[in-house]
Design a protein around this ligand. Structure first.
Ligand code: PMP
Length: 425
């Protein structure tokens, strides 16, 4: 292997022919592997088996969780999530099995009715815009696309979104109603917002009086190193800055216990919480409080959650290391053709290839039996302007599968790079 960028066309063609032979060997293996979505593996799901044995459904204040009632959630569950979300328990609603559903509900609420600080419902505006740090979480973008927002890409940095750009935009445009954020171990880069970013978000002047920050803390306890990164609480910073209604913050136990059968929660100012509960009333009588109690009895508190997350880390850390090591061995010697993130937590690694290489790499992998997240998926409308980003999800496959898949991935990335280099000669 040598630096592709320094190779002559003849040398590149020679390398291409070598790689094609290798690629054919993979194709002949008849692989069927999936590195598409960020899902826990079976071993991770098994970690929470004991929780299903919890069967005391009488809450701390004597309320029977098996029955209707207590829309805001069982008090012990509110206290549990208040600790995870850095909020007071009165600022918390404990919902059902999905935080994404709560986020959807709140965008819908803004659109239909507006919020406590809205001059009018969002649907009464001619233009609606939303800021989208990129790359980001595809399902966030799908929600705002569904409601007809124009989505504006904001480049991510290691310290969070480009705040100069965010401040300049929100200050002058009233139709920008909010912003998606995954502040800790972001999906997909694994970056964490700096304390300065959090404070600037809390303080910035917005033309829209009802600007909302959707603060999706999906990976708040999902550490992969001893560092256990924590960032300032947005709710508190916004309160201090005189913008208490700005943040809507979320988390869930989807990647702590069970995705699809965990518990989700949201935290916001008490005024927002009262307003949201009033508006939830026509939709639902109460969420699944039996599951709320099971979770609190099993995980107990943040300390209990962190202990549980260490078991996840033991399974996941070798997988992340294997992928990063394969990238370093197979891509670094080829020169400056790729770089990737080194997350200290979360569920993903971002791999950035040369411009124009991402789609082709995904296609080559697919043709050889390895499914990756579609190129562009981490950008609004599925459009990566540079066609360079791939979201790598190392959690679900076994170590052995992951080894094969990441070897093939780097091979395909090198083939795609050579094609682009030759085309541009
Ligand atoms: N937010 C982010 C950033 C995620 O990555 C995910 C899961 N992939 C979710 C939310 C979904 O969470 P839930 O299962 O609570 O709906």
């Amino acid at each position: 292997m040598a630096n592709y960028l320094a190779m002559s066309s003849e040398e590149l063609v020679e390398e291409q022919q070598k790689l094609r032979v290798e690629y054919q060997t993979y194709k002949n293996m008849g692989l069927n592997l999936n590195m598409d979505r960020g899902k826990p593996c079976t071993e991770q799901l098994d970690l929470s088996k004991e929780m299903l044995k919890m069967d005391n459904y009488i809450g701390e204040d004597g309320f029977d969780a098996r029955n209707y009632g207590v829309l805001e959630g069982m008090p012990e569950a509110r206290r549990f999530f208040a600790e995870l979300l850095n909020a007071d328990m009165e600022e918390v609603i404990v919902g059902g099995n999905s935080s994404l559903q709560l986020m959807y509900y709140l965008i819908d609420l803004g659109w239909r009715q507006g919020f406590v600080d809205s001059p009018r419902p969002w649907r009464h505006y001619n233009a609606l815009k939303f800021l989208c740090p990129v790359p980001g979480y595809d399902r966030h973008f799908r929600i705002t696309e569904y409601f007809g927002f124009q989505m504006i890409n904001i480049p991510m940095t290691e310290n969070g979104p480009d705040m100069d750009m965010v401040e300049a935009l929100v200050q002058k445009d009233e139709s920008i109603k909010g912003m998606w954020c995954v502040p800790v171990y972001s999906n997909p880069d694994g970056y964490c917002y700096s304390a300065e970013t959090v404070r600037r978000l809390a303080r910035m002047k917005t033309a829209a009086p009802d600007f909302k920050i959707i603060w999706d803390n999906a990976y708040v306890v999902h550490h992969l190193t001893d560092e256990q990164i924590e960032i300032p609480a947005l709710l508190y910073e916004c309160q201090k800055a005189g913008n208490p209604e700005r943040p809507l913050t979320f988390c869930s136990t989807s990647k702590i216990t069970y995705p699809g059968a965990g518990v989700a929660a949201l935290a916001a100012s008490e005024r927002n919480i009262r307003y949201i509960l009033k508006n939830m009333m026509p939709m639902i009588i109460s969420f699944d409080k039996m599951n709320q109690l099971r979770h609190v009895q099993y995980l107990k508190n943040k300390e209990g959650v962190l202990a549980h997350m260490r078991k996840h880390r033991a399974i996941l850390e070798p997988k992340f290391n294997l992928v990063k090591q394969t990238f370093a061995e197979q891509l670094s010697p080829c020169g400056d053709i790729a770089h990737w993130t080194d997350p200290k937590g979360g569920y993903f690694i971002s791999l950035y290839l040369m411009e124009g290489c991402a789609k082709r790499t995904v296609q080559l992998c697919k043709d050889a039996g390895v499914t990756l997240t579609g190129a562009g998926a981490a950008y609004p409308y599925g459009l990566d302007p540079k066609d360079s980003h791939l979201r790598i999800a190392p959690t679900y496959p076994s170590l052995q599968e992951l080894e094969t898949a990441s070897q093939l991935l780097t091979l395909c990335a090198r083939l795609a790079t050579i094609e682009v280099l030759l085309k541009n000669r």
